[in-house]
Design a protein around this ligand. Sequence first.
Ligand SMILES: [Zn+2]
Length: 143
Amino acid sequence: MLCFMSVHDDLSRRHFGKGLRDSTQVACVQKNRDIAQAKACGSGLLMTLAELQILIERMYSEKDRQRGTAATFLWFCEEVGELAAALREGTHEQKSSEFADVLAWLVTLANVNDVDLTAAIEAKYGQGCPGCGNIVCTCNAKP
Ligand SMILES: [Zn+2]
């Protein structure tokens, strides 16, 4: 399923197919995508990590780039604090909401710093645990 705008060209190619190699074409596709598609992804259909990154790019990254990484990181930390409070004494709904906030702020920090999270996760965890190399981690496991 196609959603939202691209974070950068590599991500765009993944989402918009081999026919759209050039960023101008991708920009046109991006322009024509509307928020209804964004809502469709959040209303029962699966959203990939890349689609989340694209959604957050569209919603917040321009503002967050202007604010800068350091100030944006402080917002992220504030949300982590709110998650800590929710984990300690919140309802399931409050915990869910705070997880969403923390993830959104983490994703916007990645966008502001031009990090493709899908590529980063694939590179670091795609072949198993970075420590032991196994899909089910056996680090520190006793024989
Ligand atoms: Zn491991």
